[in-house]
Design a protein around this ligand. Structure first.
Ligand code: PEP
Length: 252
């Protein structure tokens, strides 16, 4: 049985470590005994080391730099994240791509994460959906360029988060549907299979992100063709996030 993966991306929230600890504790107290779900929390990097001391907490960084050390003001390496208690790291989130991150940079970050022993959570997703379906070419390029040079054996340590940009955040155009998630999951697996072969593709966890909430999580998990979900806004409210994790644990 493969566990469903539920990731909380806190972005630049909450405003204090005390609050961060309260949210983590509220979540882990309720879900740490669940058998069918892995919960990963991605807090701001400054809280990582303290949160790693709390029991039953699996953490992710939200970003990393590809160099190991040196004159890179404001950056942090994969090794620093790992030593601070992270097991995973989000790479290529659309909010970072909007700040100028290219597929080439994302590729270097994916490789640096793996080298540091971290599992990258690679975010991909189109900004707009055109009627002709050109977004498929865009997604294919994102995957091919972001994962260029990886070996088949690396794939079991990679999570791919399909996050259509138009469905993310409070300014989302609309929610995506589980059917759209399913269609993209088939497409993404085809691209991966052409790159790495069918056997290696089976080892990649593929998740959906974009306005996942207590009302739609179960539908994405059961009909979206994915192994989990990445949750932004609703992950900061423990009761809502716990309900999403609960729906993954109790899928029929
Ligand atoms: C995200 O930022 O990755 C995300 C999925 O956010 P939200 O759930 O708030 O749309």
């Amino acid at each position: 049985m493969t566990k469903k993966v539920i990731i909380a991306n806190w972005k630049m929230n909450p405003q204090s470590l005390t609050e961060a600890k309260k949210i983590v504790t509220a979540i882990t107290t309720k879900v740490s005994h669940f058998k069918k779900v892995s919960v990963i929390i991605a807090p701001p990097v400054i809280y990582l080391e303290s949160l790693a001391k709390l029991q039953n907490t699996t953490l992710a960084g939200q970003n990393l730099f590809w160099e190991e050390s040196g004159a890179y003001t404001g950056e942090h390496s994969g090794t620093m994240l790992a030593k601070s208690g992270a097991t995973y790291v989000i790479v290529g989130h659309s909010e970072r791509r909007a700040m100028g991150e290219t597929n080439e940079m994302v590729n270097k970050k994916v490789k640096a994460a793996l080298k540091a022993g971290l599992k990258p959570i690679l975010c991909i997703g189109e900004s707009v959906r055109d009627e002709k379906g050109d977004y498929h070419t865009f997604i294919k390029e994102q995957i091919m360029q972001s994962l260029a040079g990886l070996k088949k054996v690396n794939l079991k340590n990679v999570i791919i988060a399909y996050e259509p940009v138009w469905a993310i955040g409070k300014n989302a155009k609309r929610e995506a549907t589980p059917a759209e998630s399913l269609e993209m999951s088939i497409f993404i697996k085809k691209v991966l299979s052409d790159m790495f072969g069918a056997v290696a593709t089976k080892t990649v966890a593929l998740i959906y992100g974009g306005s996942v909430n207590t009302k739609n999580a179960e539908a994405f998990l059961s009909d979206g063709g994915v192994d989990g979900v990445l949750v932004g806004r609703e992950s900061l409210t423990p009761l809502k996030f716990i309900q999403i994790v609960y729906s993954a644990e109790h899928l029929s």
